[in-house]
Design a binder for this molecule. Sequence first.
Ligand SMILES: Nc1ncnc2c1ncn2[C@@H]1O[C@H](COP(=O)(O)OP(=O)(O)OP(=O)(O)O)[C@@H](O)[C@H]1O
Length: 278
Amino acid sequence: MATDVHRPVNPQVSQVSDRPQASETSQVSQVTAESGASPVPPVPQAVRVEGLTRSFDGRAVIDDLRLDVRQGEFVALLGRSGCGKSTLLRILAGLDRDIEGTVLVPRRKAVAFQAPRLMPWKKVWRNVLLGLPGRPERALADRALEEVGLDHRSDAWPKTLSGGEAQRASLARALVREPDLLLLDEPFGALDALTRIKAQRLVGELWRRRGCAVLLVTHDVEEAVLLADRVLVMDDGVIAHEQRIDLDRPRDITDPRFAELRAGLLARLGVDTAAEAA
Ligand SMILES: Nc1ncnc2c1ncn2[C@@H]1O[C@H](COP(=O)(O)OP(=O)(O)OP(=O)(O)O)[C@@H](O)[C@H]1O
């Protein structure tokens, strides 16, 4: 079922503040911008975004955007280059607060980028624990590394890892935070085709095991259809289209329905698959 999503009429915004909620204080942190408006009620969703606008140099890259992600839902975000996908992800991660609008996200969230961003002077296990509060035990890192099949490289230096291993270390660093929301920005973009397939499978398994919500930014339509419950297409600063992926898992890319969903999304992105077949 395909749905076109329209913008809300009344954005409720003006300034930004951090306001944890009473009943979901441990779960949800709120970045909101309201003056005199009543607080947004607690949400069962992992993510609720309303009236979100982000401008650079007077140009709104995100323009009155609305987005909901259910707890445990896997959502993929597509869109042409420069349409604002990474900007949205950074806002959800709390890395950019110069916004208008309301953003509700779980407090426990983690992000992994295309570049693994490992500190070269710290061994892999120390990288995994980087930024955690207190003095976390090494066993925590080793468990997360085991989950991504990298416990045997726990004592290695980042520069000795392959691209796929470094990306798995980056995933372990995200998992060790026990996220309710995992934000992935093109995490497989720099991997070769085979490693990419393995990494996609790993993320699918981790999602099933952990039950966290995932928002995956990707350019790869096939990857989106393979992994997501729902695929969103961003355009003109909003979520312009959404497509539920009602295929059983594990998904079969040779299934005609898979090809149909892929073609439909590619068409939304302005790619004619008839030309592909010719
Ligand atoms: N810090 C910034 N200062 C000025 N402009 C910015 C900044 N960050 C992003 N932009 C602009 O906002 C727009 C959206 O960028 P963003 O990185 O979110 O796009 P994207 O959809 O993730 O692109 P890609 O798919 O190529 O990674 C671009 O035009 C970009 O130049």
